[in-house]
Design a protein around this ligand. Structure first.
Ligand code: NAD
Ligand code: PRE
Length: 301
């Protein structure tokens, strides 16, 4: 049996449009409704034929739904929750895909009293945005972390988990605050470092812009991919996960200072030991098949 029959997706960019495509493929009988605040995005989704109906307002989009998934930037999730509160059917489950969870969860629970709120975070994405960037296999072989509030309706949690499993994800349940600390290290800090290093390189006056482009075939090029990720989304992620990011940034800064010292004083063993340890981390990720679990349908660069 399908976990849901009438799904409404609010926010039809990379993640929202990928969900529409993936549901069409894996659960073709499900009725799909979408809404996006941007009329050009709505028109594009109609042209691409990704939903059965594209509504002009969020309220109109959710009126018949048994699952609503909010796929808007983290800073807009609470406001959309409040905007749909009057129109969400009583037995409808409301979820989101935001990259930071604790603050957003609190906002949604406050906005939707008496409704089943079951947030989720597909740990899958690319640096691209918008409905043309989405693809059906995005979630296949990837983790999806479900972060229900204390005392959540267990039947609703099970249905949201079953939904993501249908899209090919491996589902893990986690406390929202713990999620935010884990993702601060594995996703948010790496993005901050990429934004910083690309910003620093482009600020260096003695290195010309053409040299940055010309010699960026190696490691720097990987950083530029990450640093091209959506500015609105990432501004919101850092503001939404401020405490955990600042805590991890403090640790990172201390470790960086230790490395700075080792370089200054020629402590080669310190550098060698760290680089050996990090090489082992990479090898264990590759051995577990987690470097790119879906190479055939993976990311678009
Ligand atoms: N990009 C990733 O790699 C990734 C991965 C996992 C989760 N996420 C999360 O998914 C969510 C969406 O990210 P995305 O990459 O799809 O972004 P995106 O920019 O591709 O799409 C977001 C869409 O939301 C729309 N929108 C903004 N405010 C709105 C509002 N108030 N009402 C209705 N629509 C509104 C925008 O017009 C846009 O089309 C974010 O919360 C993000 O944290 C992103
Ligand atoms: O692969 C990328 O481009 C991503 O940035 C994806 C990534 C990540 O950091 O792993 C980014 C943010 C999301 O919340 C989940 C996934």
């Amino acid at each position: 049996m399908l976990p849901f029959a009438r799904i409404s997706v609010i926010g039809l960019g990379l993640i929202g449009s990928s969900i529409l495509r993936a549901v069409r493929e894996s659960m073709p009988t499900v009725a799909l409704t979408g809404h996006d605040a941007d009329p050009a995005v709505r028109a594009r989704v109609v042209t691409l034929g990704l939903a059965d109906d594209v509504a002009d307002s969020a309220g109109a989009a959710v009126i018949d739904a048994d699952l609503v998934i909010l796929c808007v930037p983290p800073g807009a999730i609470g406001a959309v929750g409040r905007a749909i509160a009057e129109d969400v059917p009583a037995d409808c489950v409301v979820s989101d895909v935001g990259s930071a969870k604790a603050g957003v969860l609190a906002e949604l629970v406050a906005a939707l009293p008496g409704r089943a709120v079951v947030p989720a975070h597909p740990v899958a994405g690319t640096e691209h945005s918008g409905p043309d960037a989405g693809f059906a296999s995005l979630f296949r072989g990837r983790w999806c972390i479900v972060t229900p509030p204390a005392g959540a309706d267990e039947a609703a949690v099970a249905r949201v988990c079953a939904f993501w499993e249908r899209l090919g994800s491996q589902v893990e349940r986690m406390d929202a605050a713990h999620h935010d600390r884990v993702l601060a290290v594995t996703s948010h800090l790496p993005h901050l470092i990429a934004y910083t290093i690309v910003g620093t390189a482009s600020d260096l006056e003695e290195v010309t812009a053409s040299e940055v482009i010309k010699y960026s075939a190696g490691g720097f090029r990987d950083f530029t991919r990450i640093a091209s990720s959506d500015p609105t989304m990432w501004r919101d992620v850092f503001l939404a996960n401020r405490d955990a990011v600042l805590e991890m940034l403090q640790r990172f800064t201390e470790d960086l200072t230790m490395l700075q010292r080792a370089i200054r004083w020629g402590e080669g063993d310190t550098l060698f030991d760290l680089f050996s340890r990090t090489r082992a981390v990479r090898r264990s990720i590759v051995e577990q098949g987690q470097d790119d679990p879906a190479p055939d349908f993976g990311r678009r660069h």
